[in-house]
Write a protein that binds this ligand. Sequence first.
Ligand code: PGA
Ligand code: ZN
Length: 420
Amino acid sequence: MSKIKSFTAVEVLDSRGRPTVHAICQLATGHAASATVPSGASTGSAEALELRDGDIGRYAGLGCLKAVANVNLEINHALAGKDFADQAELDQCLLELDGTVNKSRLGANAILAVSLAFCRAQAAEQGIPLYSHFAHLAGGSPILPRPMINLFSGGAHGGEQIAIQDVQIVVPFARSIRQTLEVMSDVFRAAVALVLERYGMRLLTADEGGLAPEFESSEAMLAAAVEAINLAGYRPGNEVGLTVDVAASQFHGEAGYHIDGEFIDRGSMIDLIDKWCAAYPIFSVEDGLQEADWEGWQRLFQRLRGHTMILGDDLLCTNPGRIRRAIAEEACDSLLLKVNQVGTLTEALEAMNLARNAGWKVVVSARSGETEDDWLADLAAGWVGDYIKVGSITQSERLAKYNRLLVLEAMCGLRLAKAR
Ligand code: PGA
Ligand code: ZN
């Protein structure tokens, strides 16, 4: 039992300089902890609602003072003095208090900040590290997820200079987080040299710290990634591979998919992805089609199953109902788990367990608007994520997570998950 003394919150800024919510949980025992929530840019339409003030006089309407007030007033009044047996009981209480399907009354940003701060406070109360507490919640033994590390960005993260959103590096031969990051550093330096030479000094980094030059085409982005792997002295494929977040909902409209200067239909989009997967060492394709095209996803999955992970982000929105549908309809075989898409830890864990029980892979993911908070690394280790996706090896809001994984590896003896 953990008795709540108080919940309080503060408006702080994320890595894009936009407001977000930082909550503090104080327990009656004197233990206290805080947590900050991230925010997406290429958001799925089924995500829980991030409450924004809408006052265009402050942060162009993106202020979070209402969400902060909801923690300080309504949530605190309802929960202070109450005893909670566990995370599930607290989260259930938050859901009932909010009373909406998508957490639009109190705000998913307010609710998740409280859910996370309570989780950390419980770990502190028990005197155990956060990853161990997450492992107890999930009932497994912690393991370090294999990083998918951002190299190149486009789409909503890179100023739309190219349609596809992210090309990432995976290092299947690496035996540790340390070795993974060493390899990534080599590939990143090679990519910087290549981009400077080919695209001049207009070097631009995107929201997640990846490089964002004006590629001529999507294929040029994939080819440059393979060149950078080669230049760094590694073998593209089982030594160093690629994962792609197409984020196709972002460039899909009535006229089809707007990519590489053309509008193409679903069939051509599937053919294009198939072609990329045949030509490049692509381990996983995320959001290859738009989020509402369930039939198209089935076709894409039929085409690539067994060769390439078909990873659902906007399609699933970490939403248990959508995951059940995707399992039943065989629309994909892996879950991108973003806790703030659903809004409480308990619902995110339910999503994770559904995916696991279906034999899917799970990729624990940060958002494009992140903070220096590192709870995601502990969650990914404790919940036994197969992969973690937190962006590039530049920018401290990304490094907070990688550095935490390095510490867990070196100090806590956690081992890296197997590739595939
Ligand atoms: P988002 O991007 O946080 O902007 O949604 C991350 C992703 O699409 O995977
Ligand atoms: Zn995505």
